[in-house]
Design a protein around this ligand. Structure first.
Ligand code: FDA
Length: 400
């Protein structure tokens, strides 16, 4: 017997940050809204985000914190639904939070509080959630859409909101579904690549830096004209830590990154002063006054392997300069990145030229919306990506 066709005003594909939030907004306008997700639980990325504390926004979020082929595209949504708006919502729900660093707001408690808040907002707005189901087919039907689901159900909707996220962390259910759907409707998709991702080294460099795995240090890391000053972590594959994740969004294969460890210090001058004060100390001892011990040792070993030197006094100004430069002017070409397996986000996505920035609606397919990470708008590390999910979800929720 043929199944009856359900009819909804709006169907949202993806119960992540953007989809859940958008559904609540559309529901509040009296629209009948269904959210679908193939995962067994909603908001899985929210749950694991921010080390389980969800860095849900950033006090200083502005369009300058986002990458896109059209950097102006995000202005409208970010202005209409700001971080202050989301903070007020979090406060209304009595969720305690704190600023960790650089304007990054984290929950004091578990990030499931944010998921519960979004589900509560959805319920209050009358929106429904259906899990463990995906969309097998989408057809244009008049001004709306006909959907066939993986369980055989057929739905009709006036608005279809794609909130299926990017390709990062396939193990958690990330798919390229949103991009494929866009292409089917003739909507352009820009090149996608893993971003906010650890960078890797080739085997020779890895062998050299192996003793440093686990060492972390403050660094300024640059690619071209872009620099981030945050922590850097040596890993058994290459480099990670916030400064590296940030620069990974700007770095391209074949390119170099410039690393300045201890950006607040002139290491050459510090070593010269140490030599003047106590020239008999070993170079690694002087370095270890500023750098983690294993790093100090490796730098000293590499310098003294070029020409022997037992003490700082054995090092000329030229050699001190070279030693300092190894830590403060390190230019290295990563071999690649860890890829979507560990990337926090996907750079690129639905070409913003295809969307109305005020509504996130596809210009050539009225009724079809794209929100959140699936769109070619990618934030820095630090709560910016969730803010984009909230802002883009909110604006779509006002019209979908
Ligand atoms: P999201 O990926 O959240 O949701 C998409 C949903 O669509 C998923 O539930 C998925 O199962 C579903 N889906 C996909 N394909 C489907 C299909 N074919 N059919 C049905 N459903 C489908 N950002 C930030 O601002 N602060 C932070 O602290 C962190 N921390 C963080 C940690 C880690 C480990 C990761 C991987 C990422 C972060 N992020 C982050 C980034 C942030 O998680 C991300 O930008 C948002 O979750 C994007 O929200 P969306 O709703 O667009 O996609």
């Amino acid at each position: 017997m043929a199944k009856t066709r359900e009819t909804w005003d709006a169907v949202v594909v993806g119960a992540g940050a953007a989809g859940l939030f958008c559904a609540a907004q559309a529901g509040r306008r009296g629209r009948s809204v269904l959210v679908l997700d193939h995962a067994r639980a909603p908001g899985e990325k929210i749950r694991i985000s921010g080390g389980g504390r969800c860095n849900f926004t950033n006090l200083h979020a502005t369009p300058a914190n986002y990458l896109s082929q059209n950097p102006s595209f995000c202005i409208s949504a970010l202005r209409r639904y700001t971080q202050q708006d989301f903070i007020a919502l979090v406060q209304r729900h009595g969720i305690a939070f704190h600023e960790k660093t650089l304007g990054q707001l984290f929950c004091d408690g578990p990030s499931t509080q944010i998921i519960d808040m979004l589900l509560g907002e959805m319920r209050a707005a009358g929106a429904e959630l259906r899990l463990g189901v995906s969309v097998s087919a989408v057809e244009r039907q008049g001004e709306g859409f006909d959907l066939t689901l993986s369980d055989g159900a057929r739905l009709a909707c006036a608005s279809l909101i794609v909130a299926s996220g990017g390709k990062s962390i396939p193990k958690m259910g990330a798919t390229g579904w949103g991009y494929d759907l866009a292409r089917r409707f003739g909507i352009a998709v820009t090149e996608t690549r893993p971003a906010l991702v650890p960078l890797t080294f080739e085997p020779q460099m890895l062998a050299r830096l192996k003793p440093l795995s686990g060492v972390s240090v403050e660094a300024a890391v640059s690619s071209g004209k872009t620099t981030f000053q945050e922590g850097l972590l040596f890993t058994h594959r290459g480099l990670s830590g916030p400064s590296i994740l940030q620069i990974s969004s700007y770095w391209r294969e074949g390119g170099e990154i410039a690393v300045r460890l201890l950006p607040g210090l002139d290491l050459y001058e510090a070593l010269r002063a140490a030599r003047a004060e106590n020239g008999r100390q070993a170079p690694q001892t002087a370095l270890a006054a500023h750098l983690p011990k294993r790093l100090a040792q490796l730098l000293a070993e590499e310098e003294t392997s070029l020409a022997p030197a037992k003490t700082l006094a054995d090092l000329s100004d030229k050699r001190l300069r070279r030693l300092a430069a190894a830590a403060q002017d390190w230019r290295v070409a990563p071999a690649g990145s860890e890829g979507y397996r560990t990337a926090e986000v996907t750079l690129g996505g639905i070409d913003t030229a295809e969307l109305d920035s005020k509504t996130m609606q596809a210009k050539r397919v009225p009724g079809l919306f794209f929100i959140g990470e699936v769109v070619d708008v990618t934030g820095w590390l630090g709560g910016y990506n969730f803010q984009w999910a909230w802002s883009s979800g909110w604006v779509a929720g006002q019209v979908a």
